[in-house]
Design a binder for this molecule. Structure first.
Ligand code: SF4
Ligand code: SF4
Length: 189
């Protein structure tokens, strides 16, 4: 019987150039809630082994994200669309022997990507825009509201759209949503 060859390819990141490294980045990250322990990651790989997204992707690797933060590869991290693949399931957080919160680190990096690189997945922009304009993340069609009446369910609470809008304005999120660049999907590299 001929030997079966696996078609899975391990993604090999491009060579790191010295000018890409920001030695202060890890210190900045470790002062932000959720990313405090990034420097104690000792690269055991448990997070990647147990991550449900890494299981189905040849390039999303939580262990690599921690290492890139330690090395100071800020721009690479913030421009990497794969950052948005994390499902925030927190399996990595539960299993890390060092107590590193990869899910928290990803959240911090996403916030930086949105603020510094004005980059967001299209679906995030759509959901945030819905929330800002209607108080609900999803637009609720009239047919669905009618179904609630038929089922004897109480009407949905009326959101205070003015206050929601104020929060978006005060936090700068309204302006960000206007200028943000979006992408529809994360392509394989
Ligand atoms: S499980 Fe924790 S220590 Fe191990 S590679 Fe992941 S973040 Fe680092
Ligand atoms: S929180 Fe994100 S990185 Fe961690 S295991 Fe879940 S999908 Fe993977």
């Amino acid at each position: 019987m001929s030997e079966m060859k696996s078609e899975a390819r391990e993604y090999v990141p491009p060579v790191i150039k010295a000018e890409e490294l920001d030695p202060k980045f890890k210190y900045k990250m470790s002062k932000i809630h959720g990313a405090e322990k990034v420097m104690v990651c000792f690269q055991c790989g448990t997070c990647t082994a147990d991550c449900p997204i890494a299981r189905f992707s040849e390039f999303y690797r939580p262990r690599r994200i921690a290492r890139m933060v330690q090395l100071g590869l800020k721009d690479r991290l913030l421009l990497d669309k794969a950052l948005w693949l994390c499902s925030s399931c927190f399996t990595c957080v539960d299993h890390c022997p060092q107590g590193v919160e990869i899910a928290g680190i990803v959240r911090v990096l996403r916030n930086m990507a949105a603020a510094d690189k004005t980059l967001l997945p299209l679906v995030y922009k759509e959901l945030a825009t819905n929330l800002m304009k209607s108080g609900f993340v999803y637009e609720i069609p009239e047919s669905r509201l009618q179904k609630r009446v038929e089922q004897g369910l109480p009407p949905l609470p009326k959101p205070n759209v003015k206050d929601v809008m104020k929060i978006f304005e005060v936090t700068g999120s309204a302006g960000l949503l206007e200028k943000v660049q979006t992408f529809a999907k994360v392509e394989s590299k």
